[in-house]
Design a protein around this ligand. Sequence first.
Ligand code: SF4
Ligand code: SF4
Length: 277
Amino acid sequence: MKSLLHKISNAIKTARLNKAMPLRLEFVVTDYCNLNCRGCTHYSPLAAKEFEPLDRLERNAARLGRISDGGSKLGSVYLIGGETLLYPHIVEAMAVMRRHFPHTAIFIFTNGLSLPRMSDEFWDAARLYDIEIAITRYPIKFDYDEVERLCAGKGVKYRVFGDRGNKGEFFRFGLDPHKQQNKYISHFKCYNRGCVSIVGDRIYPCSISACIGHLNKVAGNTFSHVEGDSLDIDKVNDIKQIRRLRDKPVPFCGYCKQPTVVDYAPSRRDPSEWIDK
Ligand code: SF4
Ligand code: SF4
């Protein structure tokens, strides 16, 4: 009885903490990537070389900037991929983000591989618009210490956001093609929670749902979106609508199993890397 009460009290605490988490918007500019990781949560190994049109990025950023009071109602804004630095309009995108989100932290997510080849314009823009580089380390042969030194030398803010370099472990987010999972439990235990993703003209609570089109292309449209899975940006008038999307289960959560830890490995681009039987 005592342990049941303990579990309930922990669950309530977790729910409160999750709700209080600052809102973060992740603008997906491409899912194309120069790495090929098994189980990628953007399905990048399956993604074509496609990029977000700059005018659509600007339009959506303008609207979301307006309703968030220039980002003052947000915790942060990300430009994310795939590999974000492969986005051909990255410098313009940095200006767009700062123009519409003057009052929040802006990050560029990267696996770091392209950093040594970035142009002076890129580094100038990062300093000018006060944009932080968030580097994820992967267990590959690459000198991450050197790219950290490079960022420091350029006078640009950076941090190691995720370090998968040491243990070489990776989460595998298995999907149930029959949508038989309890969406409340899946959402409550979700590790992709908070990754509110903007793809096209819609907002999704997570990349697992937002980027599913890449998996659907090789898996016969197994996973579908229904009413309530996402928001049309043009119909969002209040930041509370996005919070609700993040904080409550959506129908798509019925596909999500609990993640398991697997060894880091290159993808074979096989749907079974993401789909359970
Ligand atoms: S580097 Fe990141 S985005 Fe690219 S394939 Fe690996 S996990 Fe996916
Ligand atoms: S669909 Fe729901 S449970 Fe699945 S990753 Fe997204 S928020 Fe989490």
